[in-house]
Design a binder for this molecule. Structure first.
Ligand SMILES: O=P(O)(O)OC[C@H]1O[C@](O)(COP(=O)(O)O)[C@@H](O)[C@@H]1O
Ligand SMILES: [Mg+2]
Ligand SMILES: [Mg+2]
Length: 343
């Protein structure tokens, strides 16, 4: 088994010209924060971290209109505090904050913007199922004195790094700096992330899909047709049987897909037609799209590549289809054919 730590891996990547010292340090700081979140998640009820945040007798609601869990808030604080002194960062933005937060005037500002979903899969916290942290790094546009929300509005292809940390039976950090997707496992005794899979690859074809099928009646026509063809199995137009998995933690579903292939789907639905999707473009879809593409997979919103979408809002939502390349192309084909011939 390799004993290459995250630190050594990043130093070697720096020597290869794939990362500069500021970005290397930024990734190290995020990884350190994830270790702290991992400790908090691992304590569960003993750490008093389960359940909702209650303020003035009612559940506290975030900018997404969702009830905040104690771990959502704690993880957000851990990430903000770890990055507060600046140096390599100009500002942070989070699922749990209405607006981005610039590094305070008292500290040196750096060249990067950090976005995160501090705790992904919140509905699984209280039932002891895998959750995670997702992050994305962009360059702060040159000449910007104080970064605001508008400076984050860059398409996903501009990301310089992306990753997630999964808090499961083991804690793993999965990272890309634009040169492949690599997995590190936390050695809890040593307190360091160790490289355990260099160059993850998503198989091009799959027989496994992940979707919350309870929303089926709200899907648009091409989605109905696509999933019904998957369910028809060997006897249907796809000519093979498909298996299904849904963990309801995007981090855990994407981790399975990076490990053994599959397609993860959270489509647009009519339940709340005003919302473009459930998942957030900037700190869920974009970083996962970069990780999956760097591993040879694909990510689409059903019509176009996720990382080509020009965002207009920090908390913008988007339909997501990601994973095995040929299956994502197939799902996209159903949508494009429908658009071309709606009848
Ligand atoms: O409960 P549903 O509708 O199945 O949605 C599950 C999805 O929602 C999410 O939990 C949203 O993320 P947050 O927990 O960060 O809000 C995804 O991780 C997951 O894929
Ligand atoms: Mg999430
Ligand atoms: Mg979250």
């Amino acid at each position: 088994m390799s004993s290459i730590s995250l630190t050594r891996f990043l130093i070697e990547e720096e020597r290869a010209g794939h990362v500069n010292p500021d970005l290397r340090l930024l990734i190290e700081v995020v990884a350190r924060a994830c270790k702290s979140i991992s400790v908090a998640v691992g304590k569960g009820a003993l750490g008093g971290v389960l359940g909702d945040v209650i303020a003035s007798g009612a559940a506290s609601i975030n900018v997404q209109g969702e009830a905040q869990k104690k771990l959502d808030v704690l993880s957000n604080e851990i990430l903000l505090e770890a990055n507060a002194w600046g140096g390599h960062l100009a500002a942070c933005a989070s699922e749990e904050m209405d607006h981005s937060q610039p590094i305070p005037d008292a500290f040196p500002r750096g060249a990067y913007l950090l976005l995160f979903d501090p705790l992904d899969g919140s509905s699984n916290i209280d039932v002891n199922v895998s959750v995670g942290t997702i992050f994305s790094v962009l360059r702060c546009p040159e000449g910007v004195e104080q970064a605001g929300d508008e400076h984050f509005l860059q398409p996903g292809r501009e990301q310089v790094a992306a990753g997630y940390c999964i808090y499961g039976p083991s804690t793993m950090l999965v990272l890309t700096i634009g040169h492949g997707t690599h997995a590190f496992t936390l050695d809890r005794e040593q307190g360091s992330f160790v490289l355990t899979q260099k160059g993850m690859r998503v198989p091009e074809e799959t027989k496994e899909f992940a979707i919350n099928v309870s929303n089926q009646r709200h899907w648009e026509a091409p989605m109905q047709r696509y999933v019904s063809d998957l369910l028809a199995g060997k006897e249907g137009p796809r000519g093979k049987d498909f298996n299904m998995r849904w963990i309801a933690s995007m981090v855990a579903d994407v981790h399975r897909i990076l490990t053994r292939g599959g397609i993860f789907i959270y489509p647009w639905d009519r339940k709340d037609p005003g919302k473009a999707g459930k998942l957030r473009l900037m700190y869920e879809a974009n970083p996962m799209a970069m990780l999956v593409e760097q591993a040879g997979g694909a990510a689409s919103n059903g019509r176009e590549r996720i990382m080509d979408i020009a965002p207009s809002q920090l908390h913008q939502r988007v339909p997501v289809f990601l994973g095995s390349k040929k299956e994502v192309a197939e799902a996209t084909r159903y949508h494009l054919e429908h658009d071309a011939n709606p009848a």
